[in-house]
Design a protein around this ligand. Sequence first.
Ligand SMILES: [Zn+2]
Ligand SMILES: [Zn+2]
Length: 81
Amino acid sequence: MKSFTACEICNKHEAEEQCEGCGRALCRQCRQMEIWGSGAEDLTIRYLCPACKEDPDINPWGAYDKVLEAGEAKQRVIRAA
Ligand SMILES: [Zn+2]
Ligand SMILES: [Zn+2]
């Protein structure tokens, strides 16, 4: 019999990846793909659960993008006022 590891986020689908941050099993629907790297030649694809994707300690690249977006949004509001 084929062993079945359920996704630890939704508990419905079969897990295919493991979260790089907390090690929880993730299915295709729940995994969040992040591309980490310092340049075009140095890229690593990592899978994170939704909670770790939002955690800047675990996902510094994703958190950095978010800070930039928030800063830009604020500037637009100031210009419009
Ligand atoms: Zn899932
Ligand atoms: Zn995680």
